[in-house]
Design a protein around this ligand. Structure first.
Ligand code: AQP
Length: 333
């Protein structure tokens, strides 16, 4: 049977990239009827320093985002990672299975640690082993993510395969990444070759889920483009990263294929297209941010939902961890 797991870090303001690349596909998986667990990965967030009050606030904000965007806390299991200790416990086993060399090759590690690797946290280096544990502690089969997470998912498969090989078992399944849709990689509004990211120092580079209508319109109006009008067809977007990015966003927000979206606006000048795009973005995002604000007014209710989700998650994770301990040779009952 299909079991879906994915997560987002409460490490900064949420962006349109998190929505189109992650949460929208999460909702689609829920609607497909799959059993789904969606996590606020607070333990991943602290691989780089987080102010404790901010971490609390962003954890609740991310939970509110999940619900506001269409995840149903009854049908899907919504929780924060640190409330289910089995993630950390299985991660330790995987720290002993994964190899230093594998971690050193991760592009996210290289990007985030940069030239100052000596000073990066050990947790940042080991991040993909915890991510493998997040997924495998539920024996999840499918993981919806943005394009940037593909390498980490390959590493999850490597960890499962090495564990199975070392212990002569087939206990851990091979997970499938689900990287689908036209917006698996939403790019910066300032540079069509860089990922839109919550940690980009330029706020103009991204649309935040909490931006109001005027801010969204302004950022899109000022988005970088080339001087040519939009092409007549999808092929014409080749080698035009900024035009392609805005078209991908336009299509994804309306659940259109890129071809169909192109059909609507082929040949337009950006001065005409950008206000259209802004309308579409505001239509789609304003109700979500309004609902987030409403939910955030009752932090206790969000905390209750997360605690309830954690209890349901633990019911799946605990027997998997116990069985893993048995396989490894740890005594206990
Ligand atoms: N620009 C993006 N396009 C498509 N998908 C994206 N995701 C993030 N940015 C884009 C997807 O969102 C999920 C959660 O990501 P994360 O919380 O692990 O954070 P991240 O990938 O590290 O996102 P950021 O915004 O880039 O944060 P920083 O700047 O801290 O690294 C993942 O499924 C991711 O693919």
């Amino acid at each position: 049977p299909r079991r879906v797991f994915s997560g987002i870090q409460p490490s900064g303001g949420l962006t349109l990239g998190n929505y189109l690349g992650a949460v929208k596909p999460f909702v689609a998986a829920q609607e497909s009827g799959a059993e789904a667990l969606y996590c606020v990965v607070d333990m991943h967030a602290i691989t780089v320093w987080q102010d404790p009050d901010n971490l609390r606030r962003r954890t609740r904000e991310l939970a509110a985002f999940y619900i506001a965007a269409g995840l149903d806390p009854e049908r899907s299991i919504l929780f924060n990672q640190s409330q289910v200790a089995e993630h950390a416990q299985l991660a330790w086993i995987f720290n002993c299975v994964a190899r230093m060399g594998w971690m050193g090759r991760m592009t996210q590690w290289k990007d985030k640690a940069g030239k100052n690797a000596e000073n990066a946290s050990l947790g940042l280096f080991a991040y993909p082993a915890l991510m493998a544990a997040d997924i495998l502690v539920y024996h999840a089969t499918h993981v919806p993510v943005g394009e940037d997470q593909k390498q980490h998912l390959e590493l999850t498969r490597d960890v499962a395969a090495k564990f199975n090989h070392d212990y002569g078992t087939d206990f851990f399944p091979m997970v499938e990444p689900v990287i689908e849709g036209v917006a698996t990689r939403v790019m910066s509004l300032r540079d069509g070759t860089r990922k839109m990211s919550k940690s980009d120092p330029s706020d103009a580079s991204r649309i935040n889920m909490t931006d109001d209508a005027d801010t969204i319109a302004k950022k899109l109006r000022r988005a970088k483009t080339d001087p040519e009008p939009l092409p007549d067809n999808v092929e014409g977007l080749k080698d035009r990263p900024e035009a392609r990015n805005l078209m991908n966003i336009y299509a994804a927000l309306q659940d259109l294929s890129l071809e169909d979206a192109m059909g609507q606006v082929a040949g337009r000048q950006f001065a005409q297209f950008k206000p259209l795009l802004a309308d579409v973005a505001v239509d789609r995002l304003a109700p979500i941010s309004a609902e987030m604000r409403r939910l955030m007014q009752d932090a206790d209710e969000i905390d209750r939902l997360l605690a309830r989700g954690a209890e349901r998650a633990r019911a799946i994770a605990a027997p998997v961890l116990r069985r893993t301990y048995d396989i490894v040779g740890m005594v206990g009952g």
